[in-house]
Write a protein of this length. Sequence first.
Length: 86
Amino acid sequence: MNTDINQQHECDAHLADDVLLGAKSIAEHITSLGFPVDENDVYYLHRVKKWPFYKYGAFLIASKRQLTCHAENFTRGRAADERERA
């Protein structure tokens, strides 16, 4: 039983480290990935559904892992995806 509780705490901690809450923290993370954006850009990208952001009440939230993956796919481009499929 104790190991189940410890595993749950580890999972919760990992999830908490992955979640970004608010446009400012999302903008800072995206900027650290090499895409300089500000809070207004984040709201715009959310409206046009170009990046994986979600709403949690009045806040925007995002996963660091999903944003990093999205940025990597964006920088690789379509040609790299087509080469992988071949």
